[in-house]
Ligand binder design. Structure first.
Ligand SMILES: *[C@@H]1O[C@H](CO)[C@@H](O)[C@H](O)[C@H]1NC(C)=O
Ligand SMILES: *[C@@H]1O[C@H](CO)[C@@H](O)[C@H](O)[C@H]1NC(C)=O
Ligand SMILES: [Cu+2]
Length: 151
């Protein structure tokens, strides 16, 4: 019985690893907006979840009502887009791939949305916890040669 359970769990873990990435819908059903009440917060949403390098954050919002930009911690704390990391994504829904380990901070730049709680902090862990994780290497750029069979 236990053996079967562990076998199943192992299979699921293998599948999970093979799939490589988890899609996290930010705020779940609420999406990416000003928190509707005091019981909801993006820190609550993020707590207990594991974010790994390669996972995807889906920010569900209507274009022209919200946007999303990654910022450093100081800007997250102050709700400014100073020193933004990358450009503001104005079109929703937006998918952001977590490309590095560490703390990632996102805010909405509309009005006072961030001050009202539309801000997200996630801690991203390397996909090989514990082990010495080499930075994800990109394969060397190979010239695109048409695949013609050699004579
Ligand atoms: C707060 O908003 C969330 C998301 O819309 C909802 O699920 C929850 O029931 C609300 N809680 C209260 C106390 O209104
Ligand atoms: C964003 O991710 C979701 C979930 O994987 C997918 O359904 C959707 O097509 C993606 N959108 C874009 C623009 O890549
Ligand atoms: Cu907003």
């Amino acid at each position: 019985m236990m053996k079967a359970v562990f076998g199943a769990m192992f299979a699921v873990m293998l599948l999970h690893c093979a799939a490589g990435q988890t899609v996290h819908t930010v705020g779940d059903g609420v999406g990416w907006e000003i928190p509707p009440n005091n019981s909801f917060s993006y820190s609550n949403w993020a707590s207990g979840k594991t974010f790994m390098v390669g996972d995807i954050l889906v920010f569900n919002f209507m274009t022209n009502q919200h946007d999303v930009v990654r910022v450093p911690q100081a800007s997250y704390d102050a709700c400014t887009q100073d020193n933004a990391i990358g450009s503001v994504i104005t079109a929703g829904p937006a998918n952001i791939t977590l490309d590095s380990a560490g703390n990632h901070y996102y805010i909405c730049t509309f009005g006072r949305h961030c001050e009202f709680g539309q801000k997200l902090a996630v801690t991203v862990v390397s996909s090989t916890p514990g082990g010495a994780s080499p930075p994800m290497s990109t394969p060397p750029a190979t010239p695109t040669v048409p695949a013609t069979p050699s004579p």
